[in-house]
Design a protein around this ligand. Sequence first.
Ligand code: 5CA
Length: 134
Amino acid sequence: MPESTRTAEEAASACGCSVGEIVKSLVFRTRETGRPVLLLVSGANRVDEAAIAAHIGEPIERPNAAFVREVTGYAIGGIPPFAHARPLETWFDRDLLAYEQVWAAAGTPFAVFWVEPKALCRAVGGQVVAMRGS
Ligand code: 5CA
């Protein structure tokens, strides 16, 4: 893209879609066992951390940018939903499934790709969950 797609808002503007159709790739870390967990979240939603923790079985927290780069191989703002440095346990926002297509980062803050959400979920082996708790 000629313009930045670093944030969900910027990506929506560049793609000419709603922010809900942008896939945020958010890395969390489990608080007790220190495992990285990937949440693929609609750009319209904020993660309900308590709800996700209940699914995972332990609390989660946001790690620093160095941890995110280490486990994904990418810098924040361009993290794709798959093809990471290590395979990541992945949770998939059920709200994304309502769209015909969604846009996700493709490795840099200026690159995105579109995909059918069901195909993306299948490809990443995502466990479908309500991210916003309702
Ligand atoms: N390219 C866009 C749209 S696909 C993108 O990557 N959006 S994102 O939401 O997946 O990535 C940006 C996210 O990184 C923000 O939601 C923000 O919560 C998170 N973030 C920003 N700075 C930091 C940081 N220092 N540590 C951890 N997370 C951060």
